[in-house]
Design a protein around this ligand. Sequence first.
Ligand SMILES: *Cc1c(COP(=O)(O)O)cnc(C)c1O
Length: 396
Amino acid sequence: MANILRKDAFIIPEGMIYLDGNSLGPMPKGVPDRVASMLNDEWSQMLIKGWNKAGWMGLPEGIGNRVGRLIGAPVGSVVMGDTLSIKVFQALASAVKMVPERRVILSDTGNFPSDLYIAEGLVGMLGQGYELRTVAAVDVVHSITDDVAVVMLTEVDYRSGRMHDMKAITKQAHDNGSVMIWDLAHSAGAIPVDLAGSNCEFAVGCTYKYLNGGPGAPAFIYVRPDLIDTVKPALSGWLGHRQPFDFDLNYTPANGIERMRVGTPPILQMAALEVAMEVWEGIDMHDLRAASLALQEQFIAEVEASVPQLTLASPRDPALRGSQVSFQFEQGYAAMQALIDRDVIGDFRAPDIMRFGFTPLYLEAEDISSAVAVIKDVMDNDLWNNDTYKTRACVT
Ligand SMILES: *Cc1c(COP(=O)(O)O)cnc(C)c1O
């Protein structure tokens, strides 16, 4: 197996063990110079000329191709922009139009709330009997009935790390005449994804989690190549127009994935993300997966052997788990605050989940053992039982 450790490519504060790359990846070392050059050599010196001269306008597709390599998407099928919530809306609004005689959007009750809220909002806008139906994750495959227009799922559950079977569910959706959307928020950069092989129509995801693009980094959307030129973009912004600089009064979508662009891309964020994507050069996602599972198995074994206060809340079978491990503890919020205070960074998801992300680009076995030693100390000595750890901050 190729060595995929790239610890030197990231800034990680001295002494910190970062188990939260599933929420916000660390900063790649090359980012400050690239962003400084964007500011000092491009924006300030070129001003408006930068769109052509520095290639700003091409960044959404160029970076899309780099992301595409990690998720099994062919060149020209992924474009960057906006936030994931907006990309969910875009995919969903386009997908329902492909099956106009059906009215149901099917998802699961473990999905990330924003995806469900966006679906609710769209259903409210559409009226006409549209409905969002949610079932337990294990029941999805049996719930794709002939009134389901679109199946919209997040492959890896943000709380438990449980993973759906992308290929099997997509096939089930297609056998039933439904359109399939996958949210890859906890998949891109975390596990191997074979979008082309799964044959799904749409996929979306963010880049600030496992891809390390920085807070607020642009999201991505994938459209299956055979559909790209017929999909109707619901967010018909000028940069998705065939000829934006003709300033036509009417919208004609661009050919290709460009039609999923909306408005002006955030170039400072794109500059940071481009550097982050360079770190992935030469990484084989199957090697990364093997390394991630080794770290996860070590973590589970060590926690279960030495910290009986915590109960595994992720699937025990590694094949059913993404790249995170969750443990349940009634005072999980306070316990996580105590860990964070001791430089072991994970996060908390209500009501009682302590979540740890595994990112083999910058974590190795000795980090896991050091983290477990701190967890054991916090739990054995009730160090979490301290009022300062019990007041919830706005971001948990
Ligand atoms: C992280 C995450 C989001 C966040 O959406 P933003 O618009 O980027 O804030 C949405 N959906 C899922 C499944 C996520 O995991």
